[in-house]
Design a protein. Structure first.
Length: 367
């Protein structure tokens, strides 16, 4: 039977360590977990069973394995040290018999985005970022539809547009919307992207580093690699807007959910997995659902594409379109929306629409 493995790591230290080691999660502080993660070995988490292609009936199995480093550790330690630990975790996948390895969360973006890790292993590697892009763009399009936002007349923004995922998301959205803001920390890569997209984009393009520009946006796709701060706060956002948060750790402040009931925030990248899948591990999603990056690894295994797939800082549009077609063929599809670990219902979406419409009417009356 063909197989795969997928590397995850603690993002919220106390919560995530508690999923596997409840006692340690109770007695250690987040700071202690962060410190001790430097010394922990890779951890076997579970075997994954029941994934079956809707097209061919092929079944595969897999494993979750954990790199112990937190995001803070990955950014503070020397790159070579981080590579060694991730490669050590990948060697565990090889011993288990995996034919494909997926890199989750920060293991996929640290350093050269998987290139050095792939060189250190004997099995092919993917970051899953291509399918992450495909699902994020599909999700924000669907959310816009549910919120009654006309894409062709909408203003959108990509926060983190200078990064590998953000660049390709911007490329897709530039064909959909009337205006598109490319936002990030450094202006140079944003201007370079703007010049590239202007050759064929439908949208009028803007660049900037000031998040106050988001007040003009109906749709926001955010995908930074920030660790030490929540990027988007309530004061940045326009009433009735949709925010698709692809980043892990998340970019959207919890204060947005607490204070802004006139905004729809969705987590990017939740996918229905074909077959009666059993992960034998609770990573925070409902039964039968997974992140798009995980799904890319599974889809490639079902397809028998055992090759280095999405690696490095440059993700091509053609690669995104190819993995989207492969995943669709085997039965992977965009799942319902979630926000801050909870399901987003149709009633909640309708409530956001009503409150945003009320705010608009009140502002118009005062004008």
């Amino acid at each position: 039977m063909d197989s795969f493995a997928f590397i995850i790591h603690p993002i919220d230290p106390k919560r995530d360590v508690s999923r596997k080691f409840p006692f340690l999660g109770r007695i250690l502080t987040a700071g202690q977990i962060d410190f001790f993660s430097t010394f922990f070995p890779p951890v076997y988490l579970s075997e994954i069973e029941g994934i079956r292609s809707e097209a061919t009936g092929k079944e595969i199995k897999g494993w979750f394995i954990a790199c112990p480093y937190t995001p803070r550790r990955m950014l503070s330690l020397p790159e070579k040290t981080v590579y060694r630990k991730i490669i050590q975790t990948g060697k565990m996948a090889e011993k288990l018999g995996a034919k494909m390895l997926g890199l989750g969360a920060f293991t996929s973006v640290v350093g050269d985005a998987g290139v050095s890790i792939a060189k250190g292993l004997d099995i092919p590697v993917t970051t899953g970022d291509a399918f992450t892009v495909a699902i994020a763009v599909e999700a924000i399009r669907e959310a816009a539809n549910l919120m009654g936002i006309d894409l062709a007349k909408a203003t959108a923004a990509v926060v983190g547009a200078g990064g590998s995922i953000g660049r390709v998301c911007a490329e897709f959205l530039a064909d959909d919307v009337q205006e598109l803001y490319l936002l990030g920390r450094r202006p140079e890569p944003l201007e370079k992207l703007k010049e590239k997209l202007e050759l064929s984009a439908f949208a009028k393009l803007h660049t900037g580093t000031d998040l106050s520009l988001l007040r003009d946006a109906d749709l926001i796709l955010t995908v930074t690699s920030a660790v030490h701060e929540e990027v988007l706060r309530p004061e940045h956002l326009r009433s009735g807007s949709v925010i698709c948060d692809v980043a892990r750790p998340r970019d959207v402040s919890a204060m947005v959910a607490a204070e802004r009931d006139d905004i729809l925030v969705i987590d990017g990248g939740m996918v229905d997995i074909p077959g009666a899948v059993d992960f034998h591990f609770d990573f925070g999603f409902p039964e039968g659902k997974a992140y798009a990056c995980m799904a890319e690894t599974m889809a490639l295994a079902l397809e028998g594409r055992f090759e280095d797939y999405t690696l490095g800082k440059d993700i091509s549009r053609s690669r995104v379109e190819e993995i989207a077609a492969i995943a669709k063929k085997h039965g992977f599809r965009l799942s319902g929306f979630r926000s801050f670990e909870k399901e987003v219902t149709k009633a909640q979406i309708e409530s956001v629409r009503r409150k945003a419409a009320k705010n608009f009417s009140e502002r118009a009356a005062k004008a």
